[in-house]
Design a protein around this ligand. Sequence first.
Ligand code: S3P
Length: 431
Amino acid sequence: MTQDFQVVVRPVRQVTGSLRLPGDKSVSHRYAILGAIAEGPTRLQNFSAAQDCTATLHCLRMLGCEWRRESDAIVIEGRGLQLTAPGAPLDCGNSGSTMRMLSGILAGQKFSSELFGDASLSQRPMARITEPLTLMGANIHAIGAEGRPPLRIAEGKLHGIPYRPPVASAQVKTALLFAGLFANGETRIEEPVRTRDHGELALRAFGAEVKRQENAVSILGGQRLHGIEATVPGDLSSAAFFLCAAALFPGSQLVVESVLMNPTRARLLDVLMQMGLGISVMQLEEDHGELTGTLQVKGGPLKGIVISGATTAALIDEIPVLAAIAPYTDTGLEVHDARELRVKESDRIAAIAANLRAMGAQVEEREDGLRIPGNQKLHGAAIDSFGDHRIAMAFAVAGLRAEGETQIRNAGAAAVSFPGFFEELESVTVA
Ligand code: S3P
């Protein structure tokens, strides 16, 4: 799906300006999927522009759900809980969220389906989904080697279970809650570490009752959903690249309007403040349980930080860009408990280490993390995105303060979560 092109990043002196970002990817996937199985239309303003979310929409169309774009909104005609058999395997592209979350819905349907993805998604672990869904009575098999995609799903009769996922994953939690709608009785998921709660909030927004008790969430089967009208908050994980770019230059001044402020995602802001970025949040608002705010950001001297445990889990998508600015901090960055990074869109620990080294930095790569010393000078280099959107964008940010030109190869990968990223970055930088 991604085009292959190269972007050249040159050093800049300042980051300044104002941005409003396309809708959050995590929220957009969930609203689209629940819109499809709700009764009545769902109208979503500021739906994500990410290729990943387009993959979800295309799969939904193949499942008999009509949707259309109307000015800056997507209107989804809800089908109620039962979708229709697709005429061909469903292409999830690069999107683990699409494959995992849709599995939860498809396990409860009265037809067979198959889900496949691109080369990167075909390497990603799916046992975390197939095992609990099988325990719920689903007829689901990962037919790639060692529990990898494609996934084949046939009609099954689902019953609720209590389940403790061995890895902290919001995608798994969401898939099981979605499957729980089609199950007899209660599905209860107790997480090892609390992950983003967009699945629970979205289910409630569409009218389902979801209970929470500390780290456990539960849902009763047989609940019907109704369509909603909502505005998707700006994507905080996309905002992270601009916040980190601003953090590189003391004196930077940036405004990011109407961005997601969900507390299970906003740990990034605490970490960036500890690292020396001045952040004020204004105009906090709530829509369907999701908080949105406008960020006013001021760059200052950059401090190092150590990230571990629940903080690592809460920041998992932002570690590539934090690592990309780490050499410019005073004491550097240490990341622990990040083994999951090895099974994202690329092996992100290896990709970060390879690219930082190409730019002249010292890096210690560990099985579950990284140590990147501070006070290092980077030079421009040819770096590879490894087909991973967050690696492409993170190293564009690193290049802003490097000496000389940085060439980002396979830069088109950025469109997986953020088409137009490089143009937006250019619009807020001052050479
Ligand atoms: C996501 C959860 C995370 C994250 C991914 C989006 C979600 O994945 O890395 O980009 O929307 O639930 P895991 O659930 O695999 O941790």
